[in-house]
Ligand binder design. Structure first.
Ligand code: IPD
Ligand code: CA
Ligand code: CA
Length: 269
């Protein structure tokens, strides 16, 4: 990491906290139907609405960051990759939990992370409906609305709830086999529709961890640093070749349940 960038991480963090809250306010206007000035009346259905919301919220985040840090690059779910003139890459999911957002359920969030030289240095996940902001800085711990958070102290998968994600990007038996194993070990899972939000809850110890056979970088980058800074374990997602293009499996876990989940999932490093 170059010195100039290192010195600016704190400024980037402060700025990102403002940006993600403002982006959350804008997303809420689409969610609660008050975004009348934002061109959605012309659209016919909820899917149109969500695609406009996704794009506009990502655009707000990019524009605000670019105004303050014009050399930084971006990778977002909606607008793809835009290389910067330095080693900073902001990774954005403007709305994670789209299916919930569009069906008027509150478990959706905004996920924003900063990667420098292939290392995650900042992670922010904002849950507008609960007004809860999860933040982590490399080496500085993890927080929810400014209060320190800690990963679960569960000793076995039977000791709590596991967050589980699934999508049609993988074959169904990849997840059904895991679920059978979990139930046989007296474990249980939740899936709330937002991988990023479940990863934040895992960092806060509300869930014992999070597993998904395939996830994209914008879904999980902030959740990874949150879990590590909360004292838990996360697999070396960025160590997977071409992961920014193709995605990879994700596993995060409280420190004492990580070995069991690694064995069960096959995600070992
Ligand atoms: C999806 C959600 C879902 C997870 C998928 C993601 P989206 O993101 O996080 O929980 O299982 O892998 O693609 O489409 O709601 O932004
Ligand atoms: Ca997502
Ligand atoms: Ca999304």
């Amino acid at each position: 990491m170059g010195n100039d960038v290192k010195l600016d991480i704190e400024a980037r963090f402060e700025h990102a906290r403002d940006v993600i809250r403002d982006a959350g306010k804008r997303a809420m206007k689409y969610y609660d139907g008050t975004a009348g000035d934002l061109e959605i009346e012309a659209k016919e259905n909820a899917l149109d609405m969500v695609s406009i919301a996704d794009k506009n919220v990502e655009a707000i985040i990019r524009d605000r960051i670019a105004d303050s840090f014009p050399e930084d690059g971006f990778l977002g779910e909606e607008m793809g990759i835009e290389k910067g003139d330095n080693d900073c890459l902001w990774v954005i999911d403007p709305i994670d939990g789209t299916a919930c957002f569009v069906n008027q359920m509150p478990s959706w969030c905004i996920s924003l992370a900063l990667v420098v030289d292939n290392e995650i240095v900042l992670g922010l996940i904002y849950h507008p409906c609960g007004d809860e902001l999860f933040t982590a800085r490399l080496g500085e711990g993890a927080f929810a609305n400014g209060e320190p958070i800690k990963a679960s102290s569960a000793k076995t998968v039977g000791d709590g709830l596991l967050g589980l994600g699934m999508s049609h990007r993988t074959k169904s038996d990849e997840i059904t086999g895991f679920i059978k194993e979990l139930l046989d070990r007296e474990g249980i899972f939740v899936r709330n529709g937002s991988g990023a939000l479940m990863m934040a809850y895992a960092a806060a110890g509300r869930l014992i961890g999070y597993y998904e056979p395939h996830i994209n970088p914008w879904d999980c980058m902030a959740g990874i640093i949150l879990m590590r800074e909360a004292g838990g374990w996360a697999n070396d997602y960025l160590g997977v070749p071409d992961v920014l293009e193709n995605g990879a499996p994700i596993l995060t876990a409280g420190p004492d349940v990580a070995e069991e989940l690694k064995t069960m999932s096959g995600v070992t490093q």
